[in-house]
Design a protein around this ligand. Structure first.
Ligand code: URA
Length: 229
């Protein structure tokens, strides 16, 4: 039952003791009672449970929370998932504490590895605001790859300048530490606001305010799995 997303093992035990769980319409007798997921109908507060091995959430990460599962001092992105959730959820990749936007939260390690694998080059699109006008040759420089102080220059990236000249969309295919900020530093600009808009086929649902999340739709999940292949 804990794998159905209704709570931790100890919470589930308490629900069973409180008589809130039925197996084939009879109140469950004890946490040790065996059930067959294919044959038995298990209900919690009258709601039928379906076994769910993996959970997938799209979070609009707000500024001020860290992309980690646990932290001694800081609020984490997992703390924001407030519905009954599995304990093994983690964020797929990291956004800086002051970055907003799309973050996939799951317990599906295989999909996470596929999306993050360095050889996969999954596109990540960011919206960035800068402290000054972006130099005219920046799109060209990013398309060629820039030195950001690592062993190798960045892979070719696509810059789409926006009309005000001080903001842009940037599509990168790597996930180096502070990559977007360091790329703009390389052309003399400081990022003042950063938001991730998409990762592979998955685009941020703009109806999610910062801090809000929802489950992925079946179609989003199917497309994302194709992405990671
Ligand atoms: N690049 C950055 O500099 N920061 C992020 O959070 C993500 C990409």
């Amino acid at each position: 039952m804990a794998d159905c997303g209704i709570g931790t093992r100890s919470a589930v035990k308490a629900y069973i003791k409180a008589g809130r769980v039925t197996v084939n319409q009879s109140v469950a007798k004890s946490p040790e009672q065996k059930t067959d997921p294919d044959a038995d109908e298990v209900c919690f507060d009258g709601r039928k449970l379906t076994h769910e091995e993996f959970q997938y959430y799209m979070l609009n990460k707000p500024q001020g929370v860290v992309s980690a599962t646990e932290d001694q001092r800081e609020k984490t992105v997992i703390d924001l998932i407030t519905e009954e959730k599995r304990r093994d959820l983690f964020p797929v990749g990291r956004l800086d504490k002051d970055t907003e936007g799309l973050l996939l939260i799951t317990n599906d390690g295989k999909l996470a590895n596929a999306l993050l694998a360095p050889g996969k080059h999954v596109d990540k699109c960011y919206y960035a605001e800068l402290d000054r006008e972006i130099p005219e040759d920046t799109a060209e420089r990013f398309a060629e790859g820039v030195e950001i102080g690592d062993d190798t220059p960045t892979r070719p990236a696509e810059l789409i300048m926006l009309p005000d000249g001080k903001s842009a969309r940037l599509i990168i295919t790597e996930g180096r530490y502070h990559q977007v900020k360091r790329m703009f530093e390389a052309v003399g600009c400081t990022v003042t606001y950063l938001k991730r808009l998409s990762m592979g086929t998955l685009s941020l649902d703009e109806s999610l305010v910062p801090g809000a999340y929802r489950r992925l739709t079946e179609e989003e999940l199917r497309e994302l799995k194709e992405n990671g292949k």
